[in-house]
Ligand binder design. Structure first.
Ligand code: ADP
Ligand code: MG
Length: 264
């Protein structure tokens, strides 16, 4: 079977009927999706529509009330994220996928250097040779356009854009096949956003890493995602290829979202 056939037949991640409820309110309800290797899925919708809740369930960080998430792991075949222990889930989150948060506060360790933020991920997957870890960390700092002279600095002394780029290096250094991103550019100035988006687009395509990116910004979705899911009040109201959804939206809510961007 060719690599391409394998891609077609084997989803990397599958969600079946995932629902998360907070105090009787459905934050995300009955969500189904399949993500294939190398694919970039955008989840869009207004603030409060359930995007982050869904993403956290998919990444095993929140346990849904209902449904299952199946992940095709590197070494253990397909696992149901919620029928394994929390400890195993946490380990997989370091070895098999990455998570880039909106805020560097949630995605970086502020008390260790930039180099260590990248290097500790390599150690989590078994690297032990200090020289190699440092060399690989500096290589990754360069790949995300951070001056290696800053390798021993603490992330809190970095600009917002640099912090996000460091988060990306920390997450990609172990070469996961999937990276989750929650509004990765939302806390940045517009000019800084553009540079980060460019870099993300380059890296995702170079590394052929699959990604699920949550954004309220349709321009970000347009630039990065192959496929889109539109959420409203916890439900998926429309999904399809990015250009189709944005150029010819079918659901009235998507039409509203797209037209409000045009007017903005
Ligand atoms: P989005 O990321 O699209 O802005 P969220 O997933 O953060 O939306 O939130 C979806 C809904 O779930 C919102 O109504 C929000 O108020 C609610 N919600 C999210 N997190 C919690 C929580 N920890 N406790 C209670 N309600 C929550
Ligand atoms: Mg959110």
């Amino acid at each position: 079977m060719s690599a391409q056939d394998q891609q077609v037949s084997q989803p990397l991640l599958e969600a079946r009927n995932v629902s998360k409820i907070y105090g009787g309110k459905v934050a995300c309800g009955n969500v189904n999706l399949s993500l294939y290797p190398g694919e970039v899925l955008g989840i869009v919708g207004e603030s409060g529509s359930g995007k982050s809740t869904l993403l956290n369930c998919l990444a095993g960080q929140l346990v849904p009330e209902q449904g299952e998430v199946l992940f095709h792991t590197r070494n253990e075949g397909v696992v149901n994220l919620f029928s394994i222990s929390e400890a195993r889930r946490r380990l997989l989150s370091r070895t098999d996928w990455g998570f880039v948060h909106q805020s560097a506060r949630d995605g970086l360790r502020s008390d260790v250097s930039a180099g260590a933020n990248v290097g500790e991920r390599l150690m989590a997957v078994g690297a032990r040779h200090y020289g190699q870890i440092r060399a690989e960390a500096s290589d990754w700092l360069q790949r995300v356009e951070i001056d290696i002279a800053r390798i021993d600095d603490l992330p809190r002394d970095f600009s917002g854009g640099m912090q996000q780029r460091l988060q990306i290096a920390r997450n990609l250094v172990t070469r996961p096949r999937l990276i989750f991103m929650d509004e990765p550019t939302a806390s940045l100035d517009v000019s800084v956003q553009a540079r980060l988006l460019d870099l993300l687009r380059q890296l995702v395509s170079q590394l052929q890493v699959a990604a699920i990116i949550v954004t309220h910004d349709l321009a970000v979705a347009r630039l990065l995602a192959h496929r889109l899911m539109v959420m409203r009040q916890g439900q998926v109201v429309e999904e399809g290829l990015t250009d189709q959804v944005l150029d010819d939206p079918q659901h009235p809510y998507t039409q509203l979202l797209v037209s409000s961007v045009l007017q903005a």
